[in-house]
Design a protein around this ligand. Structure first.
Ligand code: HEC
Length: 94
């Protein structure tokens, strides 16, 4: 029984944060994204054929760049949540 719940927790962490090893809050990421990130571009930039983001790491950097440009002053955790949200919904990097 105890083994099973440990396994479940591990699976939960693995599915919630692909490639990053920490559990991100995708709902919070979505709320931040929908509030601040849709005035210039919709989701088409995330799926365009010549998209610039090619890995989890460059996705995080791009979110950081847009955050800096907009002077939102997001915390690392917020950057992480939004990166994970975009990865889960569009980029799907492992
Ligand atoms: C002031 C306008 C503006 C806002 C607001 C904005 N962006 Fe962007 N974003 C851009 C532009 C312009 C590009 C395209 C850059 C390019 O073509 O290389 C871009 C590209 C991106 C990309 C890369 C798409 C690719 O090629 O894979 C991501 C990811 C992204 N933005 C995330 C965000 C996030 C997250 C936010 C909210 C913090 C945000 N953007 C808000 C202007 C904006």
């Amino acid at each position: 029984m105890r083994k099973l719940s440990t396994l479940n927790s591990l699976l939960l962490i693995a599915t919630c944060a692909p490639g990053l090893g920490i559990a991100a809050d995708l709902k919070a990421g979505q709320a931040l994204h929908d509030g601040k990130c849709v005035s210039c571009h919709g989701s088409e930039v995330y799926t365009r054929s010549d998209r610039r983001v090619t890995s989890v790491e460059s996705l995080r950097q791009q979110v950081q760049r847009c955050d800096a440009n907009l002077e939102l002053g997001w915390f690392e955790e917020e950057i992480e949540n939004v990166s994970q949200y975009l990865n889960a919904t569009h980029y799907k990097f492992k």
